[in-house]
Design a protein around this ligand. Structure first.
Ligand code: KG4
Ligand code: ZN
Length: 358
């Protein structure tokens, strides 16, 4: 089965050809980072226009690199939710036009669910039930998966997504856009004598599998800027990051990273324990696999901590290769293949939708 995937939910225009839901034949990504850098965030209108300009060249390259004629495609899959509406519309329109012209089935894929598929690309099928973790710029959630199509959300963030928190923390520390990867890099360049700053780890209720990152962000803000001066709209701070030494900034970055990652592993451990005690067995033995995806799964500290957690719990850890952590179309084509095989195809009324189904 040969499936073309299209991804345009945010600021990456991407297309990919995947065979049998596993074998990635091409993975083309045109990033728009340079266009949004001066605004320190993605500007929706600029993103939509850039998708329109880049979509056809990206599609042609994905087919060419895969050595595939478009008439050989069995289906066209597209990330149709969640995302920026103008950005999504570009990909959905391109997918509809292509599927219609080829007479090929169209498959609508949820981008968040597709992130969970990324660690399966170029590898064997995982065993279910699996515990799933999505850590991206827009979403932070834990799932139970009984198959690729049966997914139950166990918990999610009640405020910021973890990637968003990383990006905001980077701004507070005066690091350049894109914040997450830059903060990660700085936190890793630890010097002798550095002590990572201690920040609170949000645990929420005793049994909660939800996340909260706004308290951590505020702690960092106060630690860097000192006390607020004045009230309401006119309040300012005593200082900003320019008052800090490079050593202090590094320790803040490392401390933020430790607390953010600890919040994730704490909830995964809780989810394992809860499933174990509900089934009357020890933690970890209900689940066979830990599926992870989303931009923050590229984070070096998170990857280390997940590896040791999976080791302790006896889970088959599916950390995506770095090129499949960030937004890409291979994960769309991969999960799209499983949907196509299950008969879950769409027609030309497929809508672009801002929110996730998961
Ligand atoms: O999955 P993704 O590409 O887009 C969404 O679906 O949201 O995730 C992007 C997010 C950004 O917030 C980015 O700062 C973060 O992933 N990110 C990282 C790292 N690489 C990307 N955060 C922490 N450490 C990283 N190495
Ligand atoms: Zn994403």
């Amino acid at each position: 089965v040969l499936v073309l995937g299209i991804e345009s939910s945010c600021d990456e225009t991407a297309a990919s050809v995947v065979r049998d839901g596993r074998d990635v034949r091409s993975n083309v990504i045109a990033s728009q980072h340079d266009l949004h850098a001066e605004y320190a965030g993605v500007v929706p209108e600029i993103a939509s226009r850039a998708h329109v300009e880049r979509m056809l060249p990206v599609l042609h390259r994905a087919l060419e690199e895969a050595g595939v004629d478009r008439h050989d495609l069995d289906a066209v899959a597209v990330g149709h939710r969640p995302g920026l509406i103008g950005s999504l519309l570009t990909g959905v329109s391109a997918a509809k036009a292509l599927a219609w012209s080829l007479g090929a089935p169209l498959v609508g894929v949820d981008h968040v669910q597709a992130h969970l598929y990324a660690g399966t690309l170029n590898r064997e099928e995982p065993r279910f039930p699996a515990l799933g973790l999505v850590v991206s710029g827009g979403h932070t959630a834990i799932y139970r998966l009984d198959s690729w199509l049966e997914l139950t959300r166990l918990g999610s963030t009640i405020d910021d997504a973890i990637g968003e928190a990383y990006d905001k923390a980077a701004v507070i520390l005066g690091l350049p856009f894109p914040g997450g990867p830059n903060l990660d890099r700085l936190a890793q360049t630890r010097r002798q004598g550095d002590t990572p700053t201690r920040f609170p780890v949000s645990r929420l209720g005793k049994d909660s599998l939800d996340f909260s990152f706004s308290g951590l962000k505020t702690s960092l803000l106060y630690a860097v800027r000192g006390k607020p001066v004045g009230r309401g709209r006119d309040s300012t701070f005593e200082q900003d990051h320019t008052a800090l030494s490079a050593d202090e900034i590094r320790c803040f970055a490392a401390g933020f990273q430790v607390a953010a990652v600890k919040a994730i592993t704490t909830k995964l451990e809780r989810a394992l324990e809860q499933a174990g005690s509900a089934a009357g067995v020890g933690g970890g033995s209900v689940y066979h696999t830990l599926l992870v995806g989303g931009g923050v799964s590229a984070n070096s500290h998170l990857r280390q901590e997940l590896a040791s957690l999976a080791d302790r719990a006896g889970l088959d850890l599916r950390l995506p290769a770095l090129e499949y952590c960030l937004d890409n179309a291979a994960m769309i084509a991969g999960l799209g293949t499983r949907l196509y095989e299950a008969g879950e195809t769409a027609d030309l009324t497929l809508a672009a939708i801002p929110t996730t189904r998961c």
